[in-house]
Ligand binder design. Sequence first.
Ligand code: 13P
Ligand code: SF4
Length: 342
Amino acid sequence: MEETYQKMKAKLSQVVPDFELRYKAELAHQINQLKKEKNAVILGHNYMEPALFHSIPDFVGDSLELSRQAAKTNNEIIIFCGVRFMAETAKILNPTKTVLVPAEKAGCSLAASITAQDVRNLRQQFPGVPVVTYINTYADVKAECDICCTSGNAAAVVKSFGSDTVIFLPDEYLASNVAKETGKHIIFPTRLPLANSPDLDYQLIGWHGRCEVHEKFTVEDITNIRRQFPDVVILAHPECSPVVTSASDFSGSTSAMIKYVEQTTAPHYLLLTECSMGDNIMAANPGKEMLRLCSIRCPHMNEITLEDTLKALQYIRYVVDVPEDIRLRAYKSVQRMLEFSN
Ligand code: 13P
Ligand code: SF4
């Protein structure tokens, strides 16, 4: 336990108060022991809170990187410290393993914004048009699409079809950012009935889902911050609106943002994304100045705690299952994405 505490202190003393570190080191120590006994691997998304992020995961990363790890692990149990759609993706890719998510709900506003029936309806409305679905969706939605994508490869996946028109679901802002990057026009059929606009020149058909975290950032935030800190470098996740990504200096997946900070030397950085990630980067890069102006946490990622991860291992809960017929169809979409970005 002392060794775990010292390791965590070396990384986290500027970010987590000492009394909290001692308490969390005790939990991390128990988890790491039990993890070995039960032959479990822990995957931690970049949004996990700093004490968890820097103590128990065997692998950390963005959705794409963690999917790859899930696909190739030999451990009997995969504990996904992230949200449910991510754990489902692990089960889709590695079905003989027991996949656990430490919190029962751990939802996502994007995944909740669309159903499998919605995708079937769009296919009827736009026959023959390929469907790309963001990985932030549930397995039954993935099962209805042609290929998945993540924030790290969305534009490249859309371009790869070489098709005039592509349906891109469900994130309205990610789709708009992809439209901007690929030079495509975008429409949202649920907001704009096609019958009323027969001449509309569309090439990307979007949906009305939004990330409840990233939709909160505004251009006014950026203007205010640049006024106070003219030398700040601003990084925005592509789930932010296109006006926000345009006003930022860099936009990319959570891991792309981390790498950008690691590989550059700016006087100050500001991340427009879930705020734990700024703390995680600070802890890993003590020389880098991160502006701490963000207080927006994802309520779903926030449900994943060290306490519940320990319980997940002790009681083998909460098991994530995907019905086999859905899994097989969803597997094709996810696997196609992994092959595409190899
Ligand atoms: P990344 O794939 O970039 O890690 O994003 C996942 C996510 O949920 C962002 O809100
Ligand atoms: Fe979903 Fe947004 Fe939370 Fe990511 S940050 S898990 S997109 S609600």
